[in-house]
Design a protein around this ligand. Structure first.
Ligand code: ADP
Ligand code: MG
Ligand code: ZN
Length: 639
């Protein structure tokens, strides 16, 4: 696979669209070739294969017999299932003088036919039985050849337009990843706003790309793969590009969807080709966007479509990653992006592969201000345009959404022939864009935002108040992904392998703290706690059935066999008596209820701190652990 690249270097960093268009065009031309082939096949069958005789007038056999008697028949050919021939044209002096006809017939059914023909003096002959091989050739092989020919041309067209040039039919395996030279990577971290944490984590990768000798000297383990995880439009592609840009190395970008093509084996060939190119250009960054298209869990249930192809491609990818970086001096960093980390095959995340995960979330207020500043660099803003105000009215927006709104605002301002873009334009643009976003459930209304803020404050305060809660490191009401409207992160102070009953109970209380806060403050509960409830129930059930932590049921294992090591779940134990099942259920329920009440009691005693914390969250959207301690200052009731 050492052919020189015939791909014209594309300098425009926004050529993704072009590529999509191109492959769509190829797809369309391939389809039109197939269609043309089918049409030709049909024409062939209808007009050439069908014997000429079949296009003559069909008459009943009885009429044919009558015509013999009437001396109307000129010529007859007797076949297996048809009698064909010519009969006199009844109109006098008409041209043609004879008309072709055919009459359905069963060979041997009319022994008088030949004698009668003889008597009438009609010229007759017998059709030779069809040569079976000739028929077969005509009916099947020829069309197949024709079809094959069309397919071949279609493929050639596709390959040529894919820029493959020479290299036979395997040219389809040439990766369409476009190489963008370092100076054209077109982005640096200056173009990325509100992703400071992610940028911090990527700094090390850049250092490593810039000065590999330094790392190689000490013989340290070298990072290989970085997985960027986050919702769409949060700048994952941008960050990967900027990483290459900052390090000043070539950037090879491709997308998982491009590997999953219609021909088995092509994806794998593309992977091989891509890595080969990167190896030659090393140090370099390979970026595989939307890797979930190929990296889906292989063991997962029910997947539709091209499984074998995907699996081959994935295996090839794993093999390439494993065989990489033997040359420490010229590293290649593989970056990938996904917004569905949960479907990825575990094999991808193993050490030595994509062992670094960088989470990119939707930006908080500060981040949104930065992003709006970046995307208004080329836009003329009115002097009184308040970026902070604009950021405040766009909670939950991703970087791409913000760029979109800012752009719409500029268009609106241009339409009214304004000198500069005002906040009013921005607001109008926002309304327009929000109409599309609301269905996507990304923009929370005011009530929902309040609910989420109090819910998260509840988790955080219970975590702080119970004796064995891990300290809170960050609380956020910025929607992180579908489903999760906010989150509270706890940072364990150390790795724990053994947990006591009290610690587990505290965990359950923390999980239920969200709902408890909603109940206490608003006296109503919402669906926002469903994930908490699921996790709490699961933990309580394990306490009862696996850890023997229920006094009533004792230290007995009630859970079934450990399932597949991959899933880590526990199966149903089919040997349990109905009474035992009931006892387990009631124990689980008791644990949950007790902890829910405990969480409510704790929060009830700390209403002021909840309000303080939640209101701060509503303003700042993300706060750190110190804010929780501050909210409790002076009001901590010893439980
Ligand atoms: P993703 O790959 O996460 O879906 P992209 O990187 O493709 O998102 O983002 C699309 C566009 O949105 C970017 O080209 C950029 O203009 C804008 N954008 C997204 N996130 C940011 C950000 N954090 N800072 C600045 N611009 C951003
Ligand atoms: Mg992207
Ligand atoms: Zn919750």
């Amino acid at each position: 696979m050492n052919r020189p690249s015939n791909i014209p270097p594309k300098n425009d960093p926004k050529n993704e669209k072009d590529r999509q268009d191109q492959s769509q065009r190829q797809m369309r031309s391939a389809i039109s070739y197939v269609l043309a082939g089918l049409v030709v096949l049909w024409l062939f069958q209808t007009f050439i294969l069908t014997p000429l005789a079949l296009r003559s007038t069909e008459i009943p056999y009885s009429e044919f017999r009558q015509k013999i008697a009437d001396n109307q028949i000129v010529k007859v050919m007797i076949g297996e299932s048809y009698v064909t021939g010519e009969l006199k044209n009844s109109t006098p002096n008409a041209t043609p003088a004879t008309i072709p006809f055919r009459a359905p017939f069963i060979s041997g059914s009319d022994p008088d036919l030949v004698p009668d023909l003889q008597k009438a003096g009609v010229e007759y002959s017998f059709e030779r039985p069809a040569n079976p091989i000739g028929g077969l050739l005509l009916a099947y092989v020829l069309p197949l050849l024709l079809f094959g020919g069309f397919w071949y041309f279609a493929m050639r067209r596709m390959r040529n337009s894919a820029g493959g040039g020479l290299g036979g039919i395997f040219g389809v395996g040439r990766s369409r990843a476009t190489e963008v030279k370092a100076e054209d990577a077109g982005a640096t971290f200056k173009d990325v706003g509100g992703a400071d944490e992610a940028i911090g984590e990527l700094q090390e990768i850049i250092q490593f790309l810039k000065t590999p000798e330094k790392f190689a000297r000490l013989g340290g383990h070298i990072p290989k793969g970085v997985m960027l995880v986050g919702p769409p439009g949060t700048g994952k592609t941008l960050l990967a590009r900027a990483t290459a840009g900052e390090a000043g190395v070539p950037f090879f970008e491709t997308s998982g969807a491009e590997f999953v093509e219609m021909f088995v084996g092509v994806g794998a060939a593309r992977v091989r080709d891509l890595f080969e190119k990167a190896r030659q250009a090393a140090p370099a960054v390979i970026f595989i966007d939307e890797i979930d298209a190929i990296g889906q869990s292989r063991g997962g249930a029910m997947r539709i479509g091209n499984n074998e192809e995907r699996e081959q491609t994935l295996n090839q990818l794993l093999a390439e990653i494993d065989g990489f970086n033997t040359n420490v001096e010229r590293p290649v960093i593989i970056m990938a992006a996904t917004n569905r980390p949960e479907v990825l095959d575990q094999a991808l995340m193993r050490p030595g592969r994509f062992d670094r995960q960088v989470t990119v979330g939707n930006p908080d207020l500060k981040g949104r201000i930065q992003i709006l500043r970046i995307h208004s660099r080329a836009i003329k803003l009115a002097p009184d345009f308040d970026l902070e105000q604009a950021a405040r009215i766009t909670p939950g927006f991703s970087g791409a959404d913000l760029e979109n709104v800012m752009n719409e605002a500029a268009l609106l301002a241009a339409r009214r022939n304004a000198e500069a873009v005002t906040l009013n334009d921005f607001q109008a643009a926002l309304e327009r864009v929000v109409a599309g976003l609301e269905q996507k459930n990304r923009v929370l209304n005011v009530v929902e935002r309040r609910t989420v803020a109090y819910h998260e404050a509840g988790h955080a305060l219970v975590a702080e108040l119970v004796p064995y809660g891990d300290p809170v490191s960050k609380i956020s009401i910025v929607p992180r992904s579908r489903g999760a409207l906010g989150y509270t992160m706890q940072m364990p102070t150390e790795d724990r392998y053994l947990l006591t009953l009290e610690e587990l109970l505290d965990r359950i209380a923390i999980m239920l703290g969200g709902r408890a806060a909603e109940k206490i403050i608003f006296n109503r509960i919402s669906t926002g706690a469903s994930d908490d409830i699921m996790r709490a129930t699961e933990l309580a059930r394990r306490m009862v059935t696996e850890y023997g932590m229920s006094e009533k049921l004792g230290s007995v294992r009630y859970a079934g066999q450990q399932m597949q090591y991959l899933r880590g779940g526990v199966g149903e134990n089919s040997e349990l008596s109905p009474e035992t099942r009931e006892a387990i259920d009631s124990e689980v329920q008791r644990i949950i209820t007790e902890q829910y009440e405990r969480a409510q009691a704790l929060l009830q005693a700390h209403r002021t701190p909840i309000e303080r914390l939640a209101e701060q969250l509503l303003i700042e959207e993300t706060v750190d652990g110190a804010a929780v301690k501050q909210a409790l200052e002076g009001d901590r009731v010893v439980a």
